[in-house]
Design a protein around this ligand. Structure first.
Ligand code: MN
Length: 452
C-alpha cells in the first residue's frame, strides 16, 4: 500500500517547503504560510468593504485574508477553481458540497497567485484584508454536530475515575462511541460565554439544586468538517469516506462536569455540553494536511475491525500527526502580562479511530450527513498527565490542583479564565502549518437568571 492510493495523502508542488509568498507575513508564519491556505468566512465591515456585500468566503494567508468573492469576480481563476470560488463567495457549505475537485484546484491556483513572482500580484493584492480589520465568522452553517469519543486515553482516564477495575467499557474497541450534539451553540473562536447554570446534585445530599456550575471544564478536540454528503439510507463506505471530509478545525467542547454527572444517565450528555462550544475559524483542508498523514497501529490483542470499518489504505494513511496544545490565562495573569500557561501537549495520534471510520460508522445505519455538518473527535488525551485534554483528567475530578505561575491554583475553570487551543503540524523537510487559535473566555453566570 502506498500513500499515493488516497488523494488526501498526495503531496504536490503546493507543499514545497521552499515556496515563499509575496505576502511577507506568510513567510515563516507559524500557522498560515503559503503551504496551508485554509478557508474561512469573514465580513470586511462597512468601512473596509470594497464590494459592499457582507460576509463572504476567504483564504487565510499570513496575517491577511484573500477575498474569494473578489477573486471570483476578477476572472483570474479558471475551471473548477472558478466554480469553487463562486460557491465560496456565498458560503463554505456550497464549496464543501462540491467535494475535493474544485477545492483542490482552488488551492493550486491560489498557491500560484500568492507565490513569489506571480504575475497577478498587483491584482490579488487589492483583494487582501488584514484579519485584524475584519469580523471572522463561523466557517459554515452547521446543520448537525456529532461528538465522538475517539481519544482512547481520555476514555480510559475518565473510566478509571469511576470504574478503576474495568475503565474501558467492552464496546470501546469495536464501535466508535458518539452522541448527537447541538449545532446552534457552536461559536467561532473569540466569543466569550457565561458560566452555565444547571441542576447539580452535591455529594451527600438528597436533592439537586439549580445553580452555576462549579466544575466547568474544557475538552481538547479535533473538529471534522463534512464535505459532500450522502443520500438517506445510502451509507458512505469506508474506502470512500475520506473523500467526504472537507477539512479540520480545533474544537473546545466546554463541559460542566457537575451538571453532566447528574443528567447523563440513561441518555447521555445534554445541557452540560450544549451551552457553548468553540471552534477555530479556519478550515484546514485535507490537501494541506497531506504531508501529515499517519498509519494507524492497532495494538496487539485488540479485536479485528469489522469489515465496514476496515480499509487497508485507511489503516496505512488514515491517521493524522498533529500536535495539540491547551493554554490557560487567568484574569490576574493577563493583568500581570504573564504568558499563557500550557496545561497540556497532546497529539491527534492518540485517536483510536480515523476520521474516515467516524464518517463510515455514522452513516452505516442510513443516517445522511450534509455539507457543513461537524464531527468532534472526542477529547484527545495522551498517555501522560501533561498530555491530558481535560481538567477532569488533569486534576482527577478536582482531587488535585494545578499550580499556575501566578501562584493561583485551579481544579476547574474560574470566571475570567481564558483557554486557547492550538494545533501545529511539523515534520522534518516539510513546511510546518497550524490551525490558528481556538479561544474563549469564561464570564460569570448570569445573576438574574430567568429574568431580563
Ligand atoms: Mn466532547
Amino acid at each position: 500500500v502506498t500513500s499515493a492510493q488516497r488523494p488526501d495523502s498526495a503531496v504536490d508542488p503546493t507543499h514545497d517547503v521552499n515556496l515563499a509568498s509575496w505576502v511577507d507575513s506568510a513567510n515563516g508564519h507559524p500557522d498560515f504560510p503559503i503551504q496551508n491556505l485554509p478557508f474561512g468566512m469573514f465580513d470586511p465591515g462597512v468601512v473596509a468593504d470594497r464590494t459592499g456585500e457582507g460576509t463572504r468566503g476567504g483564504i487565510r494567508i499570513g496575517d491577511l485574508i484573500l477575498d474569494l468573492r473578489a477573486l471570483h469576480d476578477s476572472g483570474v481563476l479558471t475551471g473548477p477553481a472558478q466554480v469553487g470560488s463562486k460557491a465560496a463567495s456565498v458560503s463554505l457549505n456550497g464549496l464543501f458540497a462540491l467535494g475535493a475537485g474544485p477545492r483542490k484546484d482552488l488551492r493550486e491556483q491560489v498557491s500560484r497567485l500568492l507565490v513569489d513572482g506571480s504575475e497577478h500580484c498587483d491584482t490579488v493584492a487589492a483583494m487582501l484584508f488584514p484579519v485584524r480589520d475584519v469580523t471572522v465568522r463561523l466557517p459554515a452553517m452547521i446543520g448537525d454536530f456529532t461528538d465522538f469519543y475517539a481519544g482512547i486515553n481520555h476514555a480510559t482516564n475518565v473510566g478509571q475515575l469511576f470504574r478503576p477495575d474495568h475503565p474501558l467499557l467492552p464496546n470501546y474497541k469495536w464501535v466508535p462511541i458518539g452522541y448527537h450534539g447541538r449545532a446552534s451553540s457552536i461559536h467561532v473562536s473569540g466569543e466569550s460565554f457565561a458560566r452555565p447554570m444547571g441542576q447539580i446534585k452535591m455529594p451527600g445530599t438528597d436533592a439537586p439544586v439549580f445553580q452555576a456550575s462549579r466544575k466547568l471544564d474544557l475538552e481538547l478536540e479535533l473538529g471534522i468538517w463534512i464535505g459532500g454528503g450522502n443520500a438517506p439510507g445510502h451509507p458512505i463506505l469506508i474506502a470512500d469516506a475520506a473523500s467526504h471530509i472537507a477539512g479540520y478545525c480545533l474544537l473546545n467542547d466546554w463541559s460542566a462536569r457537575d451538571i453532566q454527572s447528574w443528567e447523563y444517565q440513561p441518555l447521555g450528555p445534554f445541557l452540560s455540553k450544549s451551552f457553548h462550544s468553540t471552534i477555530s475559524a479556519w478550515v484546514v483542508t485535507p490537501e494541506a494536511l497531506a504531508p501529515y498523514r499517519a498509519a494507524m497501529t492497532r495494538p496487539a490483542g485488540d479485536p479485528e475491525l469489522l469489515s465496514y470499518l476496515h480499509d487497508p489504505v485507511d489503516q496505512a494513511v488514515g491517521g493524522l500527526d498533529i500536535e495539540l496544545e491547551v493554554l490557560l490565562t487567568t484574569a490576574s495573569m493577563r493583568a500581570g502580562s504573564m504568558t499563557p500557561q500550557r496545561l497540556s501537549l497532546s497529539s491527534t495520534r492518540h485517536m483510536y479511530w480515523t476520521a474516515a471510520q467516524l464518517v463510515a460508522h455514522h452513516t452505516s445505519g442510513g443516517c445522511d450527513l450534509r455539507p457543513g455538518d461537524l464531527l468532534g473527535s472526542g477529547t484527545i488525551s495522551g498517555p501522560t498527565p501533561d498530555s491530558c485534554g481535560s481538567l477532569l483528567e488533569i486534576t482527577h475530578d478536582g482531587r488535585d490542583t494545578v499550580l499556575l505561575r501566578s501562584g493561583e491554583t485551579r481544579t476547574f475553570l474560574e470566571d475570567g479564565d481564558e483557554v486557547v487551543l492550538r494545533a501545529r503540524a511539523h515534520r522534518p523537510g516539510v513546511a510546518p502549518i497550524g490551525f490558528g487559535e481556538c479561544l474563549a473566555r469564561v464570564l460569570p453566570h448570569h445573576v438574574a437568571h430567568g429574568s431580563a
